[in-house]
Each structure stands twice: as C-alpha cells, then as structure tokens.
Ligand binder design. Sequence first.
Ligand code: BTN
Length: 247
Amino acid sequence: MIKMADKIRNIGSWLWLDLEETQSTNDAVDRWCQECGQPCVVTAKRQTAGRGRRGRSWISQEGNLFMSFAFPASLECIGQIAVLSGLIVLRTVRSFCSEAGLKVKWPNDVLADGGKISGILFERAANGFWIMGIGINVVSNPLKSAAGYQTMSINALGVCADRLEVFNRFVAKWDDAFKIYQANGFDTIKKQWLDNAYNLGKTIVVRQGNAEICGIFAGLDDDGALLLDTDGKVKKILAGDVMLNNN
Ligand code: BTN
C-alpha cells in the first residue's frame, strides 16, 4: 500500500516511487501497479529480501540500484523484451565506463571484466502486467553472487556514480529503445545484442534445474531464445542459466 509520505514522481513515461526500504522492489511494484493501473517503477535505497532468478537471492548492498518496472506486454514479446533489457543495462553501464569489457550473458546478465555487474528478473504481476526487476552493482559488489559468480560494480571499474544517476540514464535509454523496438521490431536489437554477447560461437554449458546441456552458442532465435548447437543439431533453449567460464 502506498502511504502519503511516499512521494510519487514522474520519470520518462513512468510513475516513480523511491522507497527508503522494502523487501523486494518487484513485490512493491506488483502491489502498486494494481492500485495505479499504469506503467510504474519502484526503486529503493535498501532492499532486505532481494530475489534473483531460479529461487536465488540477490545480495542487495546499500548504495546499489534496485529498480522494478511494471508495464503491460504480451507473453509472445517477453523473450524479446528480456533480451532488450540486458542490452539497455549494458549501454547504461557503458555510458559510465566505456573501457570496461562489457558483455551480455543470455538472457540478460551483464558482465564487466568477467564479473556479474547486473541481473534481471522478469515476473508476472497480479494484474497481468509484466515486472522487470533489475539490480545493478553501483558502489559495491558482493565477493561472489548467490550463484557463486564473480561480481563487479561501476565503482570497482574506477567510476564514481550514484544509484539515481544510473537509474536516470537507464530510464532515458530504455524509453528511447522501447519506442524503436515497437516501431521497428527485434532484428536490430538481436544484432546489437549478439555484437556484445558473451561466448558467442564458443562452447557453453547451460544449466536447467539439475541438468546441464553443453553445445556451441549459435545465436538467438527471433523470439529471444538461445540457439545451442549440440553435435550439429540446433536446440532452442527457452530458459536456463549459461555458466560463466571462471566458475
Ligand atoms: C538474477 O540475476 O538472478 C536476477 C537478479 C534481479 C535482482 C533485482 S534487484 C531489483 C529487483 N528486486 C528483486 O527482488 N529482484 C530484482
């Protein structure tokens, strides 16, 4: 429930609420979008129970960016939008540190110099909207992520930035890119994503629950799925975790 003390603002095409503390911004925006019925975004200074993909936690160190957007979108588009989200985080981080070796790891992790700097969790809101929850390590990073990955932050790349500067840049880039996506479709996004992809054309391991599939990362399908070449047979992967080499 939104309290009087919470100050609702506008940012780009969104209603925006910046909370002092919440358990998970994904949950907060889920509740709020049911009340306001419009595209909206919640950020928080402190997140006490941040969630990651596959039931993992998201280690939420104060000063980092936790933001969750709720918006209407069709199920058919969500794989493409998930791919777009990683690309826009990459562009946002690149605008602060152009020198860092930035990569997108399918579907939408962003890596900087081999460490995870951002993760994204898509969930369905109770009113049918989609929630895009993004964590970006701005001022600090945990030693390892909940999945055991090496991590990175914008500060560790040698750039002083604060969470709201990063948030502002992300929203501006997202709004522009989303308009272009709606007008022109997925082809250019797919190409730009692949230009920055981690381990494209190389052997990768995809974890799905307890199972692992190994193959050559052959590209993306038109719906955002990963294409994996296993002994000459191309498999379409809709969900899973691409393992990091240094893990
Ligand atoms: C992952 O890489 O596993 C996804 C991490 C997503 C973390 C963000 S932080 C903001 C939003 N609130 C959450 O509880 N999770 C997402």
